[in-house]
Design a protein around this ligand. Structure first.
Ligand code: IPE
Ligand code: MG
Length: 230
């Protein structure tokens, strides 16, 4: 979700105005994803690296996370959305931790869209934490330790319950992954949209999905000649 600051600046407004509009766009995105039949949606709300922003902006982003969970939880639950938060919890304040736990436990039984909110999330940090746990496990197993598999690593990631993404969308025209789902996106398709995040809506989602539908995924294999349209 990139481009909140530029969206606000182009209107002569402070960055916080863009972040607020960004929350509206999250609401639209969740609704549009559900309507499009998407089963898993992961939104990158705050990265491990975002702490380096000015203190008042960090405060704004924390405040908006609280605002979103507090204001939208009932409606998300009414729409059968299952919320999970991925990222490092150890750096978060008590009030945010409490809200995250409430959101997760209240929505746990919901069978609709799985909404992952990446908050204080960085993929390298996630992998580092996962490897740390695997090392502990191996040490505890001693001579009985089995070789570590890709599945072992996937199972230790914050996304253990979520299948790898088919599609990664980044807004604002930037073409970077910025430490998002590095392991999980190994075979994802990438779509970079020119819109700023606060302008994202069901039309932009459709644009991304159409682009995705036009791609041929080979997962390192080859496309059978019969499947190539001549
Ligand atoms: C995305 O917008 C905000 C976050 C999810 C933290 P930015 O704040 O990165 O906006 P730009 O890139 O400055 O326009
Ligand atoms: Mg940005």
């Amino acid at each position: 979700m990139d481009g909140n600051g530029r969206w606000a600046a182009s209107r002569g407004m402070p960055r916080s105005y863009g972040h607020k509009a960004g929350v509206e766009a999250v609401r639209r995105a969740v609704r549009a994803a559900g309507e499009a039949g998407i089963r898993y949606l992961t939104v990158y709300a705050f990265s491990s690296e975002n702490w380096s922003r000015p203190a008042d902006e960090v405060r704004d982003l924390m405040g908006l996370m609280k605002f979103f969970v507090t204001r939208d939880l009932a409606e998300l639950c009414a729409n059968n959305v299952h919320i999970r938060v991925i990222g490092d919890r150890s750096g978060l304040s008590q009030d945010i931790l409490g809200l995250i736990e409430t959101a997760e436990s209240r929505s746990r039984e919901n069978t609709g869209l799985k909404l992952n909110i990446a908050f204080n999330y960085g993929s390298r940090d996630e992998i580092t934490r996962a490897v740390g746990r695997l090392v502990e496990r191996q040490v505890a197993a001693g001579a009985q330790a089995a070789p570590i598999t890709e599945a072992d690593i996937s199972a230790q990631l914050d996304t253990a319950e979520t299948p790898d993404p088919d599609l990664v969308i980044r807004t604002s025209g930037e073409m970077r992954l910025s430490n998002f789902l590095l392991w999980q996106a190994a075979y994802a398709e990438f779509v970079f949209l020119p819109c700023m995040w606060p302008d994202f809506d069901s039309q932009w989602l459709r644009t991304a999905l159409d682009e995705y539908a036009s791609r041929t995924r080979r997962f390192g294999g080859v496309t059978a000649a019969k499947d190539i349209a001549l």
